[in-house]
Design a protein around this ligand. Structure first.
Ligand SMILES: [Zn+2]
Length: 227
């Protein structure tokens, strides 16, 4: 089942995800220029519900547009969701080209049909880029507060590993009173606990509630003759 339509009241509170939306065309151009083969493989994959990584080279992004690379370095948490959105845009563009090629090709030749995938996540390869310099690649004992929030490269040896586990990324809730739908994000640091808002995020509901309350109170009072 597709996720429910996002409630408009929550859009404003969720502004973080579209902070860099203006860069989406440029990011899509980068993905189409450097990763059209990867995009084609993703589009032609038979499983539509899988999550697909799209690994970009930080060094290539830096060459393509230093400004975008700088944003990615300084605010990866805010920027990567918009990079994922750009991957959707890039998929659409490559899909158009594939469909045109399909139309021109031999109709008798069996081909897997290309389908846009909903879950494509941009991942960053830092090899050969300035992110390997000591400033952004400190040893684990030298990680300080100043490194918080930036794209950091940590190198080490894995001494123990477990199976891959699924971590819940977000959950949808619906208000019983006004049916407002909103998203909540689990806190990874707090054992993936979800903190629910103290009140419904829908301002419309609160406005309607105030009107009802005003009507109710207005019935409690009546005019008096002060003569
Ligand atoms: Zn509500």
């Amino acid at each position: 089942m597709p996720p429910p339509a996002q409630h408009e009241e929550f859009d404003a509170a969720d502004g973080e995800a579209s902070k860099y939306a203006e860069h989406a065309p440029k990011l899509a151009e980068f993905l189409c220029s450097f990763h059209s083969d990867d995009l084609r493989h993703i589009l032609l994959h038979p499983e539509s519900t899988l999550h697909f990584p799209l690994v970009i080279d930080f060094a290539e992004l830096l060459d393509f547009d230093p400004g975008l690379a700088k944003i990615l370095y300084n605010d990866p948490k805010g920027f990567l969701p918009d990079f994922d959105s750009a991957a959707q845009r890039a998929q659409s563009e490559v899909l158009c080209i594939l469909k045109k090629c399909e139309a021109l090709g031999n109709p008798d030749e069996p081909r897997p049909s290309a389908v846009q995938k909903g879950f494509v996540h941009v991942r960053v390869n830092v090899c050969g880029s300035p992110l390997e310099f000591p400033e952004s690649s400190p040893s684990i004992g030298k990680v300080r507060v100043k490194h918080r929030g930036i794209l950091l490269t940590l190198k080490g040896t894995v001494i123990r590993s477990g199976g891959v586990k699924m971590i819940e990324g977000k959950r949808w809730y619906q208000c019983r009173k006004c049916n407002c739908r909103f998203r909540c994000y689990p806190e990874l640091e707090a054992g993936n606990r979800i903190t629910l808002p103290a009140s419904c995020p829908s301002m419309v509901f609160h406005f309607l509630f105030l009107i009802e309350e005003f009507k109710r109170l207005s019935k409690c009072f009546f005019p008096i003759d002060r003569r």
